[in-house]
Design a protein around this ligand. Structure first.
Ligand SMILES: NC(=O)c1ccc[n+]([C@@H]2O[C@H](COP(=O)([O-])OP(=O)(O)OC[C@H]3O[C@@H](n4cnc5c(N)ncnc54)[C@H](O)[C@@H]3O)[C@@H](O)[C@H]2O)c1
Length: 390
């Protein structure tokens, strides 16, 4: 079995999730497609990098991410930094021939995402963008039902991603509220996960009609580079401007004729990780809520009228990725498992010389959808979504 050396850049929330996935992937999926070796981790300072290496089990640490790109022993570059660094790191990694997994959104804009896609598109590099929620077994099961025609032709999709960690106007002005770093707000941060699911389950978008708003226009300045996701109050100190959206709501037309809506906010008190979809087809419906992620609700029109209604399927060994996960349905899938599955599919593609989805082409197409949503919110009109040539 092949060892693949990983250089991970960014040791915050996602650095933790990816490190866990590299350690645990072979424990879940055995034989593993390849063994991830946690070789080197980069952070913003030497001290942060050394701490991250001890905590996340990396052999070495650095405060210079370029040394990872220049290291011939590194096979995989993992980008888990804030969004403004994704393009520069990914393009350098592609030029050095490394396989790349990059956190979502792929970059701040369609233009930056295109440059990243162009850097990998005619190469043998395996590239992936980390929209992990589609790898929740219940979501993969929904895809299976749709592909098998269990709910007939899909006619509508309603998706939400609602959180409340920034609802407090005193939560700090982290990088997630700064356009120069994040690109956009709720749209790029969490709306893109719903867009990824909508493309995965329904298909390509043709046009959007959107509204966006920024409810809290300034927040207390934050020191340090990591985002505390609103858990630490920024207090009463100096404040800075929020120049991204707090909330986005868009209508969608899909290429296959289906219609839909997508809503994302981080200011919805009482909603924590309310990532949901409801899909209606000509022969049934499917409902998913990440806060109850072991469950998929399905309703089939073919059931006798006196029994028709939603039934709950608890995911387990019979379902997608079940062979590697837990031996009893409803034991409990967590966020970590979605990242473990993501690592499994990524390393499998490298080991087999294949490709994986969602990749940089998907990330670029989603960035074009984001750009169209922003344009529509500014103009108030329907905006066509360009399709990339992938
Ligand atoms: N897939 C998901 O569910 C998910 C969830 C959260 C975040 N994300 C994405 O992951 C990425 C990181 O988000 P996060 O929540 O981990 O952020 P974070 O703020 O918790 O961590 C980012 C880390 O990058 C470090 N960093 C900054 N500049 C650096 C540099 N030059 N070199 C090395 N390290 C540097 C920071 O010090 C920080 O520790 C973002 O693109 C975000 O959108 C994805």
């Amino acid at each position: 079995m092949q060892n693949l050396n990983v250089g991970l850049i960014g040791g915050g929330f996602m650095g933790k999730a990816h490190s866990l996935a590299y350690a645990a992937m072979p424990m879940f999926f055995w034989p593993a497609p390849a063994m991830p070796v946690r070789k080197v981790i980069a952070e913003a300072t030497d001290e942060l990098a050394a701490q991250a290496a001890s905590r996340f089990g990396f052999e070495k640490s650095t405060s210079d991410w370029r040394s990872i790109i220049d290291d011939p022993d590194i096979h995989v570059v993992d980008i888990a930094t804030p969004n403004h660094l994704h393009a520069e790191i990914a393009i350098a990694a592609a030029e050095a021939g490394k396989h790349i997994i990059c956190e979502k959104p792929l970059a701040r804009t369609g233009e930056e995402s295109k440059a990243m896609y162009d850097a990998v598109k005619n190469t043998d590099i395996v590239h992936m963008v980390a929209f992990n929620y589609r790898r929740t077994p219940a979501v993969a099961l929904a895809k299976k039902y749709i592909d098998e025609g269990a709910i007939g032709r899909v006619i509508s999709f309603r998706g939400t991603y609602l959180q409340d960690w920034s609802a407090d106007a005193n939560s700090p002005l982290s990088w997630r509220f700064q356009k120069s770093i994040a690109g956009s707000g709720a749209l790029g941060d969490i709306g893109t996960h719903v867009i990824d699911m909508a493309r995965y389950l329904v298909g390509e978008f043709t046009s959007v009609n959107s509204v966006m708003s920024t409810w809290i226009p300034e927040r207390p300045l934050q020191s340090g580079s990591a985002d505390s996701l609103g858990n630490v109050s920024g207090g009463e100190g100096p404040r800075g401007a929020v120049d991204v959206d707090d909330e986005v709501l868009t209508m969608v037309k899909f290429a296959n004729g289906a219609i839909g809506s997508i809503e994302a906010t981080r200011n919805a008190y009482g909603r924590n990780n309310f990532l949901t979809f409801e899909i209606h087809g000509t022969e049934g419906s499917i409902v998913f809520n990440y806060e109850r992620r072991d469950e998929l609700q399905v309703c089939f029109a073919s059931d006798p009228g006196d029994r028709r209604g939603f039934r709950t399927v608890y995911t387990g060994p019979a379902h997608p990725y079940g062979e590697g996960l837990w031996p009893i349905p409803a034991l409990g899938i967590g966020y970590g498992e979605t990242k473990i599955i993501e690592a499994y599919d990524f390393f499998k593609a490298i080991a087999e010389g294949g490709s994986v989805s969602p990749n940089f082409a998907d990330g670029y197409q989603i960035a074009l959808i984001d750009d169209a949503i922003i344009e529509s919110a500014e103009s108030g009109a329907w905006v066509d979504v360009p399709r990339i040539d992938a």
